[in-house]
Design a protein around this ligand. Sequence first.
Ligand code: SF4
Length: 472
Amino acid sequence: MNDHARHEHHDFLNAVGQALADPPLQAALTRLTDTLLAGNRRAYAALAESDALRDHAKRIKEHTLAHLDQYLEQLEASVSRLGGHVHWATTAEDARRIVLEIAQNAGCKRVVKSKSMTTEEVHLNPAMEAAGLEVTETDFGEFIIQLAGERPSHLVAPAVHHTRESIARLLSEYTGDAMPDDPASLAQTGRRLLRDKFARADMGISGANFAVAETGTIVLVSNEGNARLTTTCPRVHVALMGIEKVIPRLIDLPVFLKLLARAATGQTLSVYTTLITGPRRPGEQDGPEEFHLVLLDNGRSRVLASPFRESLQCIRCGACLNACPVYRRIGGHAYGGVYSGPIGSILTPLYDSLSANPHLPHASSLCGACLTACPVKINIPHMLIGLRELQTRGKAKKSVLERLGYGLSAAVLRRPWLYQLALRAARMLLRPLARDGWLKRLPGPGSAWTTTRDFPAPAARSFRERWIELNK
Ligand code: SF4
């Protein structure tokens, strides 16, 4: 089993059923995604020439990915010049080993982490805990799901599936004191618990939203102060980032900063934007003594060389999740992987395997809402179709029924007279069964459609017939 394939036996359809039958989850998803999506639309509308800015961001990403090797080497040189250490991790296993070695060499015992999907991707926490380290997630949402032993269910709001009652219960179990479930008390409790962890930690682990090749600067974007505390309080800071997060120059950064918060939450800028350029220098008041940057491949080079390269442009804003009619109903856990929503439906099959995640490319209506919401205009629907095509090509043999169906439709579509005849036959057969323009039940293979939704009844007159009439 490869490292991405922790959820090889994930039963997508079963998980979808469970999510749909969970009213509190449905209410939480609607509340969150409605709010974030409205923010995204408002922010794009208020930003002058937002469309041109998004095109510009895309061009920077395209250019960077086309010269990724050069920019990564430049980043390594810049970080090393500042006194930092750069490590290359080909696989998730490499990344875990490297981080553990850094901890062991520096004699670290207590680790605080700021929110990082990349550390989730490599399953860092279980490895560190197994090695005897105390690991604490310090983003409040991440802390909650760590207590619950779960995975994040949204890129930006990892604990969206929790209510304040469930958060109070988890904190009560953790502290041994009964907690009231009002948000202010819960936040105060979280702050008190986490401040203590920061004060005692000797290692801080973060991700990186961006890394600037030119200057060796690591950029962290967050709404809680935890990322700053994580990267400045402990004496060792390790940043783990996917190799696609590099950007060429500092001047490119504002383009992404302008888009990221707007796309994610509708904010003009996140509350904290932290730029870290090397470890603490002589005379500085704070900052770590050691800084390590771990550059993770874990399948990205393979994706770079594939027709799915565009997926590497993702800046993990979560906007496509909020816009997607499928994610909005089923939430993040149903997807089974670390990444969820439309972009997760591409990343999980690519990084893990398509055969282990056969449902994901189909977890989309291809409505294009993700593309509209995406700050770098990633053509997610196009890539989902590409994955579907791979699945079909990969099939050794089609069933007799499939071959018959495709043969029949090809024969009909090639002959206009036969197509019209088939339409008339369908109209004659189906219209009497329709009610208010909809068919509630279709026979044979069509029943798979009508078990979950109605099917539109054929029109009384076809477009062609109406066109001929109009021309008369
Ligand atoms: S694909 Fe686009 S919208 Fe979705 S998370 Fe990535 S950058 Fe954001």
